[in-house]
Design a protein around this ligand. Structure first.
Ligand code: E4P
Length: 218
């Protein structure tokens, strides 16, 4: 599974990218708005930091607005992917943009039908929101597994980005369910490498090493 970061915060992105584990970044209007900076500037900063796809979302809701915005956003950097919401107009826009060679990430996917339509429209990526599905008392990870099965059966090229990941269980479950990519919030990522027993183990080894060194000096 490839790892994307789900944040627009450049400091978070730089810190985690330094580990060599980041394959791309996803943003959305909510994440960009938290940065209090110009949209284009934020995306250009991220795109020049990351060696991989960076999703930037359109905010227009009509077909014409989406295509017009996509043309502008796609020129910001070679690795920018245009994020399009899963609507009728969105599908039409994805169809047009894919024919023009512009990469798209269809966002806010909550069913197999939506994912299949987006993939067939020519989406490069489809983003099912597992956390928001779980919020409804349904099973977000089941959707990931079903979407993967459908894409494989029909040999469709779109890659699944498991989105709205809220905890380690979502991350691990998305990997097991066959998501091509997991997009991980910047605040969650450090929790993936941390474990209380690891910290505890290091503490124990260090304490025993100090005791050993003292004994050797005698
Ligand atoms: C994905 O591309 C979205 O930006 C994101 O995963 C949404 O997550 P949320 O449900 O936590 O807002």
């Amino acid at each position: 599974m490839k790892f994307f970061l789900d944040t627009a915060n450049i400091d978070e992105i730089k810190r985690i990218n330094d580990l060599g584990l980041v394959d791309g970044v996803t943003t959305n209007p909510t994440l960009v708005s938290k940065e209090g900076r110009d949209f284009e500037e934020v995306i250009k900063d991220i795109a020049s930091t990351i060696d991989g796809p960076v999703s930037a979302e359109v905010t227009g809701l009509t077909y014409e607005e989406m295509v017009e915005e996509a043309h502008v956003i796609a020129k910001w950097a070679d690795n920018v992917v245009v994020k399009i919401p899963m609507t009728e107009a969105g599908l039409k826009a994805v169809n047009t943009l894919s024919k023009e060679g512009i990469k798209t990430n269809v966002t806010l996917i909550f069913s197999v039908a939506q994912g299949l339509l987006a993939a067939k429209a020519g989406a490069t990526y489809i983003s099912p929101f597992i956390g928001r599905i779980d919020d409804l008392g349904q099973d977000g990870l089941k959707l990931i597994a079903e979407l993967r099965e459908v894409l494989d059966i029909y040999d469709l090229d779109a890659e699944i980005i498991a989105a709205s990941i809220r905890h380690i269980g979502h991350f691990e479950g998305a990997a097991l369910a066959g998501a091509h990519i997991g997009t991980i919030p910047g605040t969650l990522f450090p929790k993936l490498w941390s474990h209380a027993l690891t910290d505890n183990g290091i503490e124990g080894f260090m304490a025993d090493w100090e005791t050993y060194k003292k004994a050797q000096n005698k």
